[in-house]
Design a protein around this ligand. Sequence first.
Ligand SMILES: Cc1ncc(COP(=O)(O)O)c(C=O)c1O
Length: 394
Amino acid sequence: MFSYFDYLECSACLRRYPPTAVCNLCACGEPLLARYRLAAAAAAVDRDGLQGQSLWRYHALLPVQNPESVVSLGEGMTPLLHARRLGARLGLDFLYIKDESQNPTGSFKARGLAVAIARAAELGIRQVAIPSAGNAGGAAAAYAARAGLEAHVVMPRDVPRAFLVECQYYGAHVELVDGLITDAGQRVAEGCARHGWFELSTLKEPYRVEGKKTMGYELAEQLGWELPEVIVYPTGGGTGLIGMWKSFEEMEALGWIASRRPRMVAVQAAGCAPIVRAFEQGTPRAAPWEHAATIAAGLRVPQAVGDALMLKALRDSQGTAVAVSEAEIRRGVFLLGREEGLFASPEGGAALAGLQRLVAAGWLDRRARVVLFNTGSGFKYLDVLAQADPAALA
Ligand SMILES: Cc1ncc(COP(=O)(O)O)c(C=O)c1O
């Protein structure tokens, strides 16, 4: 059996939809999640016999039904690097970096969009549309090109230039808006209503999160089917966080891992930290952030559809949420470069800055296994990163 995908289930009201339905949100307005026949998968799939070098090695736990529908540029199975120099600097013996910049299109967005585009094409969709802070747009355009779909990407006018140029070279229709990703989202919704495009916005489409969850499967596999004690993740729309949390539940049901979970840490920029604020205030949902601003474009998400799911994962895991300044973000990028040879995105720099704060606050044990996510490549942000002199960040 190629896939054990069974049905879609609303994350809030639990209403079910058949696997063949073309869906965005549930009728109640909340995100849908893919559910699998896990008992049957557990009996048939041997975790030690997984085949292939991309995220499609987990195809049994992905929604694409037919092997012929897979759309791949080689995404996933990114390195998990033991960061000894950075760890020594921070006073952590087991610091690892999951380097997602090595994905096709230079970010972890490749995972979600590979699966979402493959599934869209499988369901007969021909035109897709996405609002993006940059990386998701590039990935959507690339996978749409590979699948032969038409892509419409709407981004804020001030996104780093590489994102615009990249999308154009993938042959996508690109529109720039004066505003934020939420404004881009409105343009996409209008375009979908008017032209019948299929909307791929974060969590308004159920399969991107399935691609993202493979980060959790890989982590477990790369650590010998154990999970780390702490995961530090730069959080915008939150699909990575939500996806990994979902993967842990699935892997436990499959009998692939034990019940212990990592503490999940969401790092946001101080200039746009709705999840951190809601976490600190103890509310189940996050109010929209006014005047969102940060160089970490992927973290400039003033309001997320998945806020409730993110907050629940942070709390259920005994995790936390941290906001970091722009100066800390730039310095984080520099430290990842100087200490470990990684040219990280500002979002990766933010994750490191968040971890430094937690270490300073004594939140972590020196011997804890900590996985830090560098979600994207610094090469996409050359115009932004060149604004600072790295020597001055030392
Ligand atoms: C490099 C990078 N890191 C992190 C994020 C935030 O990702 P998520 O939506 O999974 O929270 C984004 C989103 O655009 C991004 O591009």
